[in-house]
Design a protein around this ligand. Sequence first.
Ligand SMILES: Cc1cc2nc3c(=O)[nH]c(=O)nc-3n(C[C@H](O)[C@H](O)[C@H](O)COP(=O)(O)O)c2cc1C
Length: 178
Amino acid sequence: MNFLELAQTRRSLRTYLDKSVEREKLEYVLEAARLAPSWKNMQCWRFVVVEDAAEKAALADSMGETNPGRKALTSAPVIIVLCAVPKESEVWEGKDFMMLDAGLAMEHLLLAATEQGLGTCWQGLFTEQKVREALNVPDDVRVLAMTPLGYAAEERRPRPRKTMAEIVFQGKWDQGLV
Ligand SMILES: Cc1cc2nc3c(=O)[nH]c(=O)nc-3n(C[C@H](O)[C@H](O)[C@H](O)COP(=O)(O)O)c2cc1C
């Protein structure tokens, strides 16, 4: 699979088989995350791997009842929670590099999981304090996202994306690519 095929194959998957994730695959996706680029190579990211049923239930409980990702958190064998240490990054002209750094690491993880035949789903809508309490995350660390990790029980067609003409300009803003 080349990179574009990998990017096209990755989908947000929300139902999972009752099948555990091999240790090597778990370590593979975490290694992919570890290798991401970051502001001044500060590597502000941290990951909490959750496999305990009670902890998974607490994570699901941190999400709203209507969040479509909620059911994924109890059906998947593993949840990976993305945290970040603000003092290991910087805000520059209002741009929060911590969010970019952590997002890059998470995207590495999601794509590596896809390559390994595993499903994921970025989850952003949850009550951070509930996750903090469930996983003993310190007050000076942010909980940014989480993803289920496992063998998906569903296949999904790619969601539509904006066209190149809508998002890519040449030379100056709003000039079409020639
Ligand atoms: C920052 C961010 C937050 C997201 N939060 C949620 C979420 O709380 N629940 C959920 O089910 N999906 C969530 N998603 C998944 C998006 O809905 C999904 O990526 C988007 O619809 C495109 O679909 P695809 O990932 O299958 O290509 C989130 C994605 C991102 C990048």
